[in-house]
Design a protein around this ligand. Structure first.
Ligand SMILES: [Zn+2]
Ligand SMILES: [Zn+2]
Length: 163
C-alpha cells in the first residue's frame, strides 16, 4: 500500500484503507476475502511524518486439533515514522522508515508484513478446548459424538496398572 507525499503533507485522520493481500508476498498466510482493513492517521512532525492507526487482520486458519477452517481476527496497532533523517534509522526498529525529499511516495508493505507476522500465532485452535478429531473414526468431536473407545492412551499410569 502506497501513500504519496502530497497526501501526507495535507495529513488525514482515521482514513480507511483497503489492503489487498496480494502484493504482501506472504504465501503461507490466508486472509478472509484476501484483504485487510487499515485505519490510518497521518500528521506532519518535525522529523517527517507520523502515521498511527490500526490494522484489522482476519486470518483464515486451520485448527491444529480438528482441522476445521476458522477466522481468527487480530487488531494491530500501527505506529510509524517516516523521516529523511538517516540517523534515526538504526535497523532495529522497523517502524522508522526512510522517506527522503526526493521520494514521492512511500510503500507501507514492510510495516504491514511485520505486523502480520507478529500476529500470526503458533498455536491455532478454533476454540479454547477444541475436542479435536476422534483418533479412531476421525469424527469431529466438537460437532458429533461417537462410541469409539480410545485405548491408545500412553499415560504412565496405564503402564503401572498392567503390572
Ligand atoms: Zn478445532
Ligand atoms: Zn470415533
Amino acid at each position: 500500500m502506497k501513500l504519496n507525499r502530497s497526501e501526507l503533507e495535507r495529513g488525514f485522520n482515521n482514513k480507511l484503507f483497503d489492503i489487498p493481500a496480494e502484493g504482501l508476498h506472504l504465501k503461507d498466510v490466508r486472509f478472509e476475502d484476501d484483504r485487510m482493513e487499515c485505519t490510518l492517521s497521518a500528521e506532519p512532525i518535525p522529523e517527517g511524518f507520523k502515521l498511527t492507526g490500526t490494522l484489522k487482520i482476519r486470518f483464515i486458519e486451520s485448527c491444529d486439533r480438528c482441522l476445521e477452517s476458522f477466522v481468527d481476527e487480530h487488531t494491530s496497532k500501527v505506529h510509524c515514522m517516516l523521516t529523511p533523517n538517516e540517523e534515526l534509522i538504526d535497523g532495529t526498529e522497523p517502524e522508522v522508515i526512510l522517506f527522503t525529499g526526493s521520494d514521492h511516495e512511500v510503500d507501507l508493505e514492510t510495516i504491514f508484513r511485520e505486523l502480520i507476522l507478529l500476529e500470526e500465532s503458533f498455536k491455532r485452535l478454533c476454540q479454547d478446548g477444541c475436542k479435536g478429531l476422534c483418533s479412531i473414526c476421525g469424527i469431529n468431536k466438537n460437532s458429533a459424538e461417537c462410541d469409539c473407545r480410545d485405548d491408545s492412551s500412553d499415560s504412565p499410569f496405564d503402564v503401572l496398572k498392567q503390572h
